[in-house]
Design a protein around this ligand. Structure first.
Ligand code: KIV
Length: 264
């Protein structure tokens, strides 16, 4: 099977084929996800919560992200690999370049960073340096202390307008992908239609080009799952078939359904 590149993902958006994204932190799950047909693996800084047991993603370091990216790369054969820049590793342009470079050298094909318009210059510089960027907007967990909790974003007309403008400006500045977390379903669909780059959603309804879930959540290991999570182990005998069930449900549009989204 051919490797999945940024061009593959852009073509999938154009052809309205849904893209299945899953978080991954090690070689074994990378191998299983490749076999199950996942299109994109995200080495997410959620590893701080699901692997390390922290309450937030804030304690995760660049060194840890590099280590897990190397592990995932070893089990990866064909899937597009995104790695998260962790908290405070891209607060200035110089740090963004240096740390994104380390993640790319560890095996990532793209880096993801969280924020809004303050990211514009860093995104430009990263792209110029050969590093594709996914901009994570909406609920940005690294800013949980500013946001006052893990809350749905873009609920008011004013906030929705601002989020749509931000998405367009980040695309203009060179972002090659967006991730929308916890935004109302209709707003997420509107943003996905307004930009030409692929949009990944989590808690953003079924209208985005791609869906992502945290591996441990979709395997039913989270005792207090968010509304947007579905346990794909239900009805399956093993982890590999659960991942395959997730991929199939994303591809045929049955996940997420209305019950997993937020409507305002
Ligand atoms: O770090 C992560 O796992 C994420 C989730 C939103 C998928 O960014």
């Amino acid at each position: 099977m051919q490797s999945i590149t940024l061009n593959t993902l852009k073509a999938m958006k154009e052809q309205k084929q849904k893209i299945a994204v899953l978080t991954c932190y090690d070689a074994t799950f990378a191998n299983a996800s490749n076999k199950a047909g996942v299109d994109v693996l995200l080495v997410g800084d959620t590893l701080g919560m699901v692997l390390q047991g922290h309450e937030t993603t804030l304690p995760v370091t660049v060194e840890q992200m590099v280590y897990h990216t190397e592990c995932v790369k070893k089990g990866n054969t064909r899937v597009f690999l995104i790695a998260d820049l962790p908290f405070m590793s891209y607060a200035c342009e110089g740090d963004a370049l240096k740390n994104a470079g380390l993640l790319m050298q560890a095996g990532a094909h793209m880096v993801k960073l969280e924020g809004d318009l303050w990211l514009v210059n860093s995104i430009k510089r990263l792209k110029e340096s050969g590093i594709p960027v996914c901009a994570h907007i909406g609920l940005t967990p690294q800013s949980v202390n500013v946001l006052g909790g893990y809350k749905v974003q873009g609920k008011s007309d004013e906030q929705a307008r601002k989020l749509l403008e931000t998405a367009k400006k980040l695309e203009e500045s060179g972002a090659a992908m967006l991730l929308l977390e916890c935004v109302p379903t209709n707003l997420a669909s509107k943003i996905s239609e307004a930009v030409a780059i692929p949009v990944i959603g989590i808690g953003a309804g079924g209208g985005t080009d791609a869906q992502v879930l945290v591996l441990h959540d979709m395997l039913g290991l989270n005792e207090r799952p968010a509304k947007f999570v579905k346990n794909f182990m239900e009805g399956q005998n093993n982890i590999c078939s659960a991942i395959k069930a997730y991929v199939d449900a994303v591809k045929d549009g049955s996940f997420p359904d209305e019950s997993h989204g937020y409507n305002y």
